[in-house]
Design a binder for this molecule. Structure first.
Ligand SMILES: NC(=O)c1ccc[n+]([C@@H]2O[C@H](COP(=O)([O-])OP(=O)(O)OC[C@H]3O[C@@H](n4cnc5c(N)ncnc54)[C@H](OP(=O)(O)O)[C@@H]3O)[C@@H](O)[C@H]2O)c1
Length: 336
């Protein structure tokens, strides 16, 4: 099969389109004929091998364990492992090809990918493969934070900082789907698109600092993390909740060794003493649960992924460079 191959950590320019063997599926895995796969900041991180800590989190110490980048796929089932019960050849599916919480290549930028059956859901007929591929890992992190940690409720006021990105465009729609009144913050050129997703209010961060505007929110869902927690507290109600997603801005802001992890650790250490920080919890959604919820929202039309631009498989290096320029509104997607 054709696949994008990475022999070493480094620039996206070194990625090559090659002929390699198809993956062999395990007992609980599905072989997906990939039609679309998304490009997101975590793909950039693993291609670079930065921050270094990811090399200990499943990516591979000296070189990538899995030489094929990409984690989010949408396609058609080609074959199934012998203990797979949920899918059959021909089914249209979407899902995440890395398992658990590993920060690693998942083999998505290829004609075929092996994916655990519990990381897949049926692709609803009303969305394209490109739209479905935009959802899995971003949707998972949104649900984990907004629903599991933030316990978003109808009538709450939610602010999404970084609302025009891959994660933010899903966060505003899911917050709306749960009945919240949503404010989206991003740069000038992305505001119309954010409004078109049903966002109630928008703030242009180049003109206005939401932490100084005097408005109070029940939830601040913070993707770029460009303000300190104490600044964000000014925009929270006393019972409100601060959720940090974090963005290393393609190596510009994060620490080379640990990325944003020290910041998450500081918030976790403070959380027993500060009401507005959720405590680290074990009651988290499984990928199977999250994929089923996301599939339901796609089917109902409450979630319509925004695809900024698509690139053919041979142009993955260009797609990664384009993502790194920060112009994309919604998701960048690779098609096979
Ligand atoms: N698969 C996934 O997507 C996934 C899964 C898990 C975790 N994450 C993590 O989630 C983070 C975000 O991913 P993403 O896909 O949403 O990234 P993204 O597509 O780059 O989006 C980030 C958004 O933040 C905006 N932004 C930048 N500076 C800002 C500021 N000062 N104020 C307000 N908005 C600002 C950017 O807009 P401008 O560039 O126009 O400023 C952009 O629209 C990454 O750290 C990633 O590692 C992603």
């Amino acid at each position: 099969m054709k696949a994008i191959v990475q022999d070493a950590y480094g620039s996206a320019d070194a990625l090559e389109l090659r002929e390699i063997d198809q993956p062999v599926v395990g007992e609980y895995e599905v072989l997906v004929r990939v039609h679309a796969a998304s490009v997101h900041p975590d793909v950039w991180h693993v291609v670079r091998g930065l921050p270094y800590v990811l090399r200990l989190m499943g990516a591979g110490l000296r070189r990538p364990k899995n030489p094929v980048p990409g984690t989010d796929v949408a396609g058609r089932v080609e074959a199934v492992g012998k203990r797979v019960t949920r899918f059959a050849p021909g089914d249209e599916v979407f899902g995440e090809s890395v398992t658990g919480y590993s920060w690693a290549n998942g083999g998505a930028f290829a004609e075929y990918a092996a994916v655990a059956q519990d990381s897949l859901a049926p692709k609803p007929g009303n969305v394209t493969f490109e739209q479905a591929a935009a959802v899995p890992s971003s949707g998972f992190i949104v649900l984990q934070n907004l629903r599991a940690a933030g316990q978003v409720k109808a009538g709450q006021r939610v602010l999404v900082n970084g609302a025009g990105g891959g994660v933010g465009t899903l966060a505003v729609q899911l917050a709306k789907a749960y009945g919240a009144e949503v404010t989206g913050v991003d740069s000038t050129t992305k505001l119309d698109a954010i409004r078109s997703l049903g966002t109630d209010h928008v703030i242009d961060y180049t003109q206005e600092d939401f932490t100084r505007g005097g408005e109070r929110y029940d939830l601040v869902f913070d993707v770029p993390g460009n303000h300190s927690f104490s600044a964000c507290r000014r925009a929270l109600t006393p019972q409100g909740t601060y959720l940090l997603i974090g963005h290393d801005h393609f190596g510009e802001r994060g620490h080379r060794l640990l990325g944003s992890l020290p910041r998450f650790l500081r918030l976790a250490v403070l959380s027993p003493f500060v009401r507005q920080l959720p405590r680290p919890s074990l009651s988290i959604l499984t990928k199977k649960e999250a994929m089923s919820v996301l599939s339901g929202f796609l089917e109902s039309g409450e979630l319509t992924p925004l695809v900024d631009r698509t690139f053919p498989l041979s142009e993955v290096p260009e797609a990664i460079r384009y993502l790194g320029e920060g112009q994309a509104c919604g998701k960048v997607v690779v098609t096979m």
